[in-house]
Design a protein around this ligand. Sequence first.
Ligand code: RP5
Length: 428
Amino acid sequence: MAHNKEKHSSYPDRISVPAGTTWANIYKTNYHPPYFVSPDLTGKDWADPEDISQVNNSPFFSCEGRISLDFQDRPLNPRGPTGLAGRGLLGHWGANFAADPIVTRLNPDGLLELITIKRKDCGLWALPGGMVDKGERVTATLSRELGEESSANLSFDSATPVYQGYVNDPRNTDHAWMETDAYHLHLDINQANQITLQAQDDAVDAQWLVCNQDNLQSLYANHSDLVNRAISIFEQQSNCTVLETGQVVAKEKDKYFPQALVIGRFQPLCNHHVGMLHQVVRDSGARKLLIGLGVSSEINDKNFLDFNERKDMLVPVLDQLGIDYEIKAIVDINNPPEYCAHVESFFPDMNESNTQIFTENDYTRDCFIQHGHNYRVVTPGPQSGKATQVRQFMCQSKNWQDCVPQHVADLIKQNNYIDRLKKLTQHQ
Ligand code: RP5
């Protein structure tokens, strides 16, 4: 993900960071970003002290995995250098946790609409999210923030979790960044009619926004990704399709796809993946399962197992599914318009009418539904990020064994994959 290029009004200019720069290769560049911490943080009890040695939340927790530190023990942005050091406007060193409510309804014209607020700081339409207070449950934050910014009063106890992780927020810096928990709540007409939207607090306006792709793409930060993820889960749960215009239509009846293509990395294969594969076979009724195993050009802390090592983990699970399958290595090409053709070149029999695609990755999903393609893409569940957690547990010597099938645990131990992962993690 390229960092957000929006300049925050109170921020100094960032220095430009050449594409492909990571913390591991930054020493090859002359990287001296300006340092900025907003005077607004001074004296605020919710903000960390500026002196990092007085911060007692190390090791820094992040939904993105293990956080590396720089030579001053400051946490480093997991998505790489941003061109600006310090915390900027963010109170905490490292991850700053927010929660984002995605509240939708159908309008009388059959269009899906979403509660949005216009942010006071930048004038952009956004999800009415906000920071999680210390010790607060995320569902409580969602209700509170929605109420504070739009006056709507809703409970999120039955909402669907759709995303947990990094937000491409314009306030992010090398040492502080936003992460969020996004939950989706779809209201029926009676519930929606009880809401009167009225901007409050950090918002100058609050409105129901039609979920067409133009509107979604212009939302703040990467809020469009969060909403598209919610839409894709909503489509599966309600057996409908949301068109690019926001129009909600019933799914093509009796459309049957004989093949299911699952694209994933399985770094490593964990219990969540096993459940997902069983679900795909059960729900799709497919006769053949195609597995596209994402292969990175480099071995690193996120891609620590090679193709054959992961194939060895997958085969016993696939054998148990009782259907025909094929596994192919899909080498990363970092070229969204070409990605669909790239995958098709490994599975020459697949096309839009005989294969539906299952992926938990937003980037992959977009490659198959944008750029002129019309594949049916299904997000198997909101539980992505489980392999990240397994890797984290492996590095921290926590109980990772319970998160993976027995044969995977055996392979990990027999081949010393933990040592390899730890070494790669230390080199980050
Ligand atoms: C975004 O900033 C989050 O996704 C959330 O919507 C928001 C929280 O920050 P404030 O609105 O409280 O400034 O990164």
